[in-house]
Ligand binder design. Structure first.
Ligand code: MTE
Length: 362
């Protein structure tokens, strides 16, 4: 999925754009340049009428709101936060090579990026609408893009628990890396839910509803649900799936790439690690020999909440084949499972098994 498509002017609204950066440019910088930020769309980008755009806020509120972009920008305090966004399908390709998965994009390790988001706090907008009853427990979002799911046309949507929606890190963002939010990333307004799977950060946001139950949207009730490895598309009961929220701790080797042919001697290993964002990454350990011996990686940025942790390690390795492995821990002592078998799930979500690359040194 080359990211060049993102800037390809021959692409039309009929194309569904999904793309990630080339691996030699992934995670090179702490804040991902916007042009290298992955894109995940379930359908075509909506045709927008920016002049008449309004955000509706309803459900269990004391007063319904209908806000223009000017009202959003002028009536609420401007807030910025650097946060990493990661798709639940990141690293699906490794799951697929262990056992086939019928659905979803075969992402490698590129469905992740970090941006400086600016907008207003979702909590401030909800406070202005007022929460009308004690039963309110979820906040649902709808985008302006619509698609057929289960025989019906509906907007892409999701929901998050009310306590997360009120947390200070959750933004309605209208800028990305200091510029207006680009169309592919959800212009004029999107939700940013740091620490949660990317699917909850709805783009081209049209409506927010406070409600008792999670959203009934296909992407909350069928898509983005996690099942244990013994469940498959034939024996699944979607009601039993876990609605994905927080991302598990993960770490990934970005360079060298899998199956690289390199020269024996000094081998530099670089990558990223990420947790649920509420906890910093404490350790990243790297093995040059398939997991027999380990070395602590050096951090390339100060650990901080809501973002990835970039790291590097260096080894002196002889000629031959080597398997490099990485695993991380966060400050709540969460770590990663060793095998793909233990995390495989038929929808291919949240793969956080130890990440391995094989290299040959000559
Ligand atoms: N919002 C809308 N309206 N439509 C979508 O298809 N994709 C979601 C989320 N928000 C999506 C959406 C998914 S699965 C992810 S991972 C992120 O957007 C990706 O955001 P990005 O394209 O800005 O990287």
């Amino acid at each position: 999925m080359p990211l060049s498509e993102k800037h390809d002017e021959t692409k039309t609204y009929d194309d569904i754009l999904n793309a990630g950066p080339p691996l030699n440019q992934l995670a090179k910088e702490f804040v991902t340049p916007t042009e290298l930020f992955f894109v995940r769309n379930h359908t075509q980008i909506p045709h927008l009428q920016l002049d008449s755009y309004r955000l509706r806020v309803g459900g269990l509120v004391t007063r319904e709101l209908s806000l223009s972009m000017d009202e959003i920008k002028n009536n609420f305090e401007r807030r910025s936060l650097i946060a990493t966004l990661q798709c639940a399908g990141n690293r699906r390709k490794e799951l697929v090579s262990y056992k086939p998965i019928d659905d979803g994009l075969a992402w490698g390790i590129e469905a992740i990026g970090t941006a400086d988001w600016t907008g207003v706090r979702l909590g401030d907008v909800l406070a202005s609408a007022g929460i009308s009853c004690a039963e309110a427990e979820h906040v649902a979002f709808l985008g302006l893009d619509t698609l057929m799911s289960d025989g019906q046309r509906e907007a892409f949507g999701s929901s998050i628990p009310l306590d997360k929606a009120l947390a200070s890190e959750v933004l309605l963002a209208y800028e990305m890396n200091g510029e207006d939010l680009p169309l592919v990333h959800g212009c004029p307004l999107r939700v940013i839910v740091p620490g949660f799977i990317g699917a909850r950060s709805v783009k081209w946001l049209s409506e927010i509803r406070i409600q008792e139950e999670p959203s009934e949207n296909h992407y909350q009730q069928v898509g983005y649900k996690l099942f244990p490895p013994h469940i498959n598309m034939y024996n699944v009961d979607y009601h039993e799936g876990m609605q994905l929220t927080k991302l598990p701790v993960n770490s990934v080797i970005v360079r060298p790439e899998d199956r690289s042919l390199m020269t024996a001697g000094k081998v530099e290993v670089e990558g990223y690690a990420m947790s649920d964002g509420e906890h910093e990454i404490t350790w990243v350990t790297v093995s040059p020999d398939g997991g027999r011996s380990w070395q602590r990686a050096e951090f390339l940025n100060e650990p901080q909440l809501w973002t990835w942790q970039l790291w590097r390690a260096e080894f002196d390795l002889p000629q031959g084949q080597h398997e490099i492995v990485v695993r991380a821990w966060d400050s709540a002592a969460n770590s990663q499972p060793e095998t793909i078998a233990s995390v495989w799930n038929f929808k291919g979500y949240v793969n956080n098994a130890w990440h391995r690359v094989k290299i040959t040194l000559k």
